[in-house]
Design a protein around this ligand. Sequence first.
Ligand code: SF4
Ligand code: SF4
Length: 251
Amino acid sequence: MNHETKISPLPQEGTFRFACHKSLPCFTKCCADLELVLTPYDVVRLKARLGLSSDTFLEKYTAASVEQSYGMPVIKLKMNTDESHRCPFVTANGCSVYEDRPGACRIYPLGRAALKVHEGLRAGESYFLVAESHCMGWNEGKKWTLRQWIMDQGLCEYNYMNDLFQDIIAGCHIRTINTLSDQKLKMFYMACYSVDDFRRFVFETTFLDRFYISHELQIRLKGDDIELLKFAFRWLRFALFGDRTVTLCNR
Ligand code: SF4
Ligand code: SF4
């Protein structure tokens, strides 16, 4: 799809006008030919939505590559291989995974930059407008404040989890880790994207002999993918940077 993207600051008064609905001629046309990068939280939400194991979801719906600019695995949603190159989740009625759609789909027509992320806490964030030339939602009259859009699109939990992830990516930059060994790349991929494998790693290896995890937390990690992903981020910061984010067992 040939189109132009115009990025501009949010107006001074902090409001914008936008609406996306079925009666627009562009409806669902934006759900094709996308380079849609999935975050670990996107993967957890989508695999739960589809009732799939993380391995099956990753194999069926995603393509992994190592981003040369920062040496980390990147997961993208595979578009259909026919001429349409449509997203596998789009239907004539819209997004079939709407309640669990990726953060990138939620935030449009805004973009967000989180500044100085550390342990999920950010020193600041900025939002801007992203207008795709084919998108007719801009001609609609509905007025939004930034806060209303964030709440309406369920962005708070996505921002929180994605900031925890960005903390690790930023850590690699700050500590100038540009290339991970194959072993660390596999570890990063498992911890961030393959939550079922990470659960087996925690509960079916010597992991619990090496790291202390309280009984209560163990119960949560066994049954809750999102808790497990938060723990995986903590463990990765220990494994990659040596941060004291997990407790070692006394030997
Ligand atoms: S192009 Fe814009 S208005 Fe049209 S369906 Fe996509 S987001 Fe909605
Ligand atoms: S996940 Fe849903 S909103 Fe996002 S591109 Fe696919 S169909 Fe569109």
